[in-house]
Write a protein that binds this ligand. Sequence first.
Ligand code: NAP
Length: 285
Amino acid sequence: MLKVGMIGLGAMGEGMAKNLDKAGFLNTIYNRTTEKAQDFGHKLNIHISLSVEELAKNVDVICVCVSRDTDVFEVIHALTKTIRPNTIVIDMSTVSSHTAKQAAAILAVYGVDFLDAPVSGGVEGANKGTLAMMIGGNLSVLEKVRPILEVMATRIVHIGDTGTGQATKAVNQIMAAGINQAVTEALAFAKAQHLPMEKIIDVISNGAAGNWFLQNRGLAMTNGNYPAGFKVKLHHKDLEICEEMGENVGVSLSLTTQTRLDYELLIADGFGDCDISALYHLKVK
Ligand code: NAP
């Protein structure tokens, strides 16, 4: 059985690691903040590495789920110090296509394969193992690790060459920005009319305007609760990537820009670590 190492035990990485462990794949974990890795590792009796370099020595497949492009590069550079040829690195962070291509090129020098494998489905999907995963990279490499990915995701789609997984994720993030705008604005409108929010969310969730965000975040947001799921500051980072990609291909992304600017107001108001449903706060302000 392939031995898997997991780097990054954040909101997403923790659920993914639990599912890898349940299926018997997880061998070693690393988290930058050591206490988090220790809490997790001791509960599951998993080997804890104190550095990326140490983790890379012990495993066949390395899953990465960290925050930003610069974080992915930090991890990739640390990996190159000890990684063995034929290891497979799967990056499940959301970063740019350009970063995915550069990471793959850096690792190729060491005889290491790379897949960009961003995910969608939220913390709930990570915990339940029901994520949607969009893959860029070599199909034969994907087939080698498919059984590992299947414990984290129920939908795994090979899009094309390296970087196309991240390009697909950018499409998803643009759509998520629009859905956030539509749901938060509509619910603020409902609240202003003193409509019974629970009934509103129930009936609309089951009609043509129903969607995951409304179902999973609707009620909490109308009660002023935005517990960390997908952080405002992370979606903000994604929308900057989308805007740059849009400029490169000559597509105007006005809703994306509006949402990025709204997130900047939220971050300034201290909502950066809250779930993106905190946009509701601006609509009812
Ligand atoms: P998070 O809760 O903020 O966790 C980030 C993780 O990355 C933490 O374990 C953090 O370590 C680690 N990290 C950050 N910078 C690092 C570095 N330079 N070196 C090593 N480790 C580093 O974020 P998340 O929600 O899990 O998201 C992770 C990625 O998945 C992001 O790219 C995000 O856009 C994407 N994503 C998130 C969701 C969602 O709903 N949350 C859904 C799909 C995709 P520390 O513990 O030390 O901070």
